[in-house]
Every structure is written in structure tokens, then in C-alpha cells.
Ligand binder design. Structure first.
Ligand code: CTP
Ligand code: MG
Length: 234
């Protein structure tokens, strides 16, 4: 049973600031573009099938540069993304084709530290017959809800609360159908794929994510990721 991969890399990285330095997925960490490191993780996992990278039309040169001389790059296809993450994922899923893979892993380009053991653990649960598998980590911090004026309104129980990671992984045809339905219904506000699966009535299995598998969102996240390679203190 083949496992296709969709890597979404068409965002603009607004929360990372400094637009003159380009979108975060092409910034260097340890001397390599973030996206190259993300792709490497999947290319080095022996069970990965075709890989579709969803990119922004303005980034074609940066994309080519970031995969130059990457072993296995011939297995990586690129397609153009959309205005929202949801739309970019749908375009990536469609590009995997109607004779597509049995399963698909959908991953944020901005999570370069995904590792082989997480991919393997997710694949095991897919092969057991789960149609939707979500890596997530239990919330460790105490949670507060604020009122409009910035005061604490309540302390929220963190019991059974998790932070969702990627790769969120699915039965290919079922998640494609759920995405198509969500788009046809006019919904464009889903921020991850598990929530589309939930909306479509698919049971979603939680599996332990990895503390390393952070999403690079802010400039500080990128600096911290770079420091892991260079050993520099911030
Ligand atoms: N993404 C995408 N297409 C979009 C928006 C996001 O492919 N229209 C991708 C991003 O490139 C990223 C992933 O979805 O790899 C997760 O999104 P996020 O971390 O929010 O990235 P950005 O949208 O680029 O950042 P920001 O929200 O700060 O602008
Ligand atoms: Mg975003």
C-alpha cells in the first residue's frame, strides 16, 4: 500500500516578519532551506511514495534552488497553491491523481524536524485500518482565557487537550472526498486537515506527536531552529 505525501509550502509567512527575507520555508537553518530539510525527512523514509510540494507561483525559482542536487528530488512534483492552507492542500491532493496512493500524509513545510520514527508510528496506525491519524502533544502549560480588556476571565482545564501537529495522515480517497465536499460547501476556514475529517464524520485517531516537531512560525522560532545546528546561543 503506497503512501503519498503532500507538503504545503505556499504560505507567505506573515507572522515571521521581514518579508524582504522571503517566506520562512526558504530561509536557511543550519545553512539549508527549511523546505529542503522537510523534504529530506520524507525522502529518507523508505515507505514514502510520490511527494507533491505545493508552492506559491512567486516562489518557483526559490523552490528549484532549494531542491538542487537533493538526492531523490526526481520524486518530488510541484503544484501551485491557493489563498488558504485548505486550498493549497486540496490542490496537492488532486495532484496525487485519481489513481492516487492508498494513504496520504499531509505536512507543513514549516515543520522541518519531523523524524522517521514519527512517520513510522503513524504508518503503523494507518495500516491497522485507521482512516485518519493525527499526531498531537498534550498541553503542558496552564491555560487561561482572557476577557476583552486583557484580564484573566477563567482558567481552562487542560485535561484531554492536545496541540495538533503534522503530518496528519489519511485514507487518500476519503480525505480527498472530505476536502472536495468542504470546498463545495463554501467553507474555507479549516486550519488543519483533521478538522475537515471531523467535519466529514471520520473518526480521527490521536497518536503521540514529537516535542521536536515544532512549526516555525515566528522569526524567533527560525532563529532557535538555526541555533540547533550552529550551537550558537541566542
Ligand atoms: N500554507 C500554504 N498555502 C497557504 C497558506 C499556508 O501552503 N495559502 C502552508 C505554509 O507554507 C506552511 C503551512 O501551510 O508550511 C502552515 O501554515 P502557516 O504556519 O500558517 O504558514 P504561513 O501561512 O506561511 O504563515 P502566516 O500564517 O504567519 O502567514
Ligand atoms: Mg498561515
Amino acid at each position: 500500500m503506497s503512501t503519498g505525501v503532500v507538503i504545503v509550502a505556499a504560505g507567505r509567512g506573515e507572522r515571521a516578519g521581514s518579508p524582504e527575507r522571503g517566506p520562512k520555508q526558504y530561509r536557511l537553518i543550519g545553512g539549508q532551506p527549511v523546505l529542503r530539510r522537510t523534504l529530506e525527512a520524507f525522502l529518507n523514509w523508505p515507505d514514502s511514495g510520490p511527494i507533491v510540494t505545493v508552492i506559491h507561483p512567486d516562489d518557483q525559482a526559490q523552490f528549484s534552488e532549494s531542491i538542487r542536487d537533493l538526492p531523490g528530488a526526481e520524486r518530488v512534483l510541484s503544484v501551485m497553491g491557493g489563498a488558504t492552507r485548505q486550498e493549497s492542500v486540496l490542490r496537492g491532493l488532486r495532484a496525487l491523481g485519481t489513481a492516487g496512493p492508498h494513504h496520504v500524509m499531509i505536512h507543513d513545510a514549516a515543520r522541518p524536524f519531523v523524524d522517521r520514527s514519527l512517520l513510522q508510528a503513524i504508518a503503523v496506525r494507518l495500516h491497522e485500518g485507521h482512516d485518519a491519524v493525527l499526531p498531537a502533544v498534550a498541553i503542558a502549560d496552564t491555560l487561561k482565557r482572557s476577557s476583552a480588556d486583557g484580564l484573566v476571565e477563567a482558567t481552562v482545564s487542560r485535561d484531554r487537550l492536545f496541540a495538533a501537529q503534522t503530518p496528519q495522515s489519511f485514507h487518500y480517497e476519503k480525505i480527498l472526498e472530505a476536502h472536495e465536499k468542504a470546498a463545495a460547501s463554501g467553507r474555507s476556514d479549516f486550519t488543519d486537515d483533521a478538522s475537515i475529517a471531523e467535519w466529514a464524520g471520520m473518526p480521527v485517531l490521536l497518536v503521540p506527536g514529537s516535542a521536536q516537531n515544532v512549526k516555525l512560525t515566528t522569526a524567533q522560532d527560525i532563529a532557535m531552529a538555526d541555533a540547533k545546528f550552529t550551537g550558537n546561543s541566542l
